[in-house]
Design a protein around this ligand. Structure first.
Ligand SMILES: C[S@@+](CC[C@H](N)C(=O)[O-])C[C@H]1O[C@@H](n2cnc3c(N)ncnc32)[C@H](O)[C@@H]1O
Length: 306
């Protein structure tokens, strides 16, 4: 076939007429674009995918709105104009990823956070735990350790700490290191002390720490039976035969699929009639595991495996 013009013109109207302009206005292009996720949402997904591929941290199933807020906050702090640019920096620089991790993981905690919960734990769960010869506790998402020391103090006061093994896990290595050290700012101690008293504390809170400079150094003996370890609810597997699992203020950052994964791990890790406790804004209701647990103190999110 002879080279040159195609046999049929693409549009009959093209014949003999000057070529129609093909460049449309930006507004026309935008109007022609199908409705879909915003550029920010696309960039956010790509960032999480890149983090997973490069560092094996899986943030892909975290709740979108709060994740977006935290990444946008990080952008401002890092002086980074777009999420795509942040992605490039994170991919090529592990230090940058480590910094971003501090925004993605929300390392915020308090001792005896929600005192009414700790009071209910002391009054309703501890007497039942006391029936076991040895007690395994898993604190998932322990952050900087405030929850772990609170539980250790409570178990000591109830005479159970010596026969307890506590696994305190998190994905943020910096938080885990702080938790291991058990040193908290003196500034925060007043609030912790108030919480401890409301939670039914039996001694003077200052019995548990020594003040040094601006810090409260917690009694080393509290952590003799505690193992701090890296563990992700998004990618890792179960612990076996635990009597109590505490996962507070973590699932709130997950979407339903990831919450169900975590509930599956907890269900498998708990012994028969084991206890699961969640944060005040978290619930088993509407999850795929709702009928595998019964509420023991519903108001305080204390559940028991059926
Ligand atoms: C707001 S803090 C809660 C700390 C503590 N549980 C409390 O209630 O005070 C949330 C913690 O969950 C941890 N976290 C986030 N994603 C996680 C995951 N996939 N597996 C385990 N921990 C996770 C974070 O690193 C952070 O330390």
């Amino acid at each position: 076939m002879a080279q040159g013009k195609p046999d049929q013109p693409a549009h009959a109207a093209d014949e003999g007429a000057p070529a129609a302009p093909v460049i449309r206005s930006t507004a026309a292009l935008a109007a022609a674009m199908p409705a879909g996720p915003s550029n920010t949402d696309i960039e956010l997904r790509l960032l999480m995918e890149a983090i997973y591929l490069r560092y094996s941290y899986d943030f892909r199933d975290y709740a979108g709105a709060s994740q977006k807020r935290r990444v946008l906050h990080a952008l401002a702090q890092f002086d980074c104009p777009t999420i795509s640019e942040l992605q490039a920096r994170v991919l090529h620089d592990p230090t940058m990823f480590h910094q971003l991790l501090q925004y993605l993981t929300i390392p915020v905690s308090e001792m005896f956070r929600d005192p009414a919960f700790f009071l209910a734990l002391r009054q309703q769960v501890v007497p039942r735990l006391a029936t076991y010869a040895s007690i395994k506790v898993w604190i998932a998402g322990c952050s900087t350790g405030e929850e772990v020391y609170s539980l250790a103090i409570l178990l000591r006061e109830e005479g159970l700490l010596d026969r307890a093994l506590i696994y305190a896990t998190d994905i943020n290595p910096e938080s885990l290191e702080k938790a291991r050290q058990g040193i908290f700012s003196l500034e925060s101690i007043r609030g912790h002390t108030r919480n401890y008293q409301k939670a039914g504390g039996k001694r003077a809170f200052s019995d548990y720490y020594t003040a040094a400079y601006n810090a409260a150094v917690f009694d080393k003996s509290l952590r003799e039976n505690i193992t701090f370890a890296d563990h992700s609810l998004a990618t890792d597997s179960v612990f076996s035969e635990t009597q109590l699992i505490s996962c507070r203020n973590v699932l709130i950052y997950f979407n339903k699929k990831l919450q169900d994964r975590a509930f599956g791990l907890f269900h498998e890790s708990l012994c028969h009639r084991g206890f699961l406790v969640l944060g005040s804004k978290e619930t088993l209701d509407f999850s795929g595991y709702a009928n595998q647990f019964e509420p023991l103190v519903k108001q305080e999110r204390i559940y028991r495996k059926l």
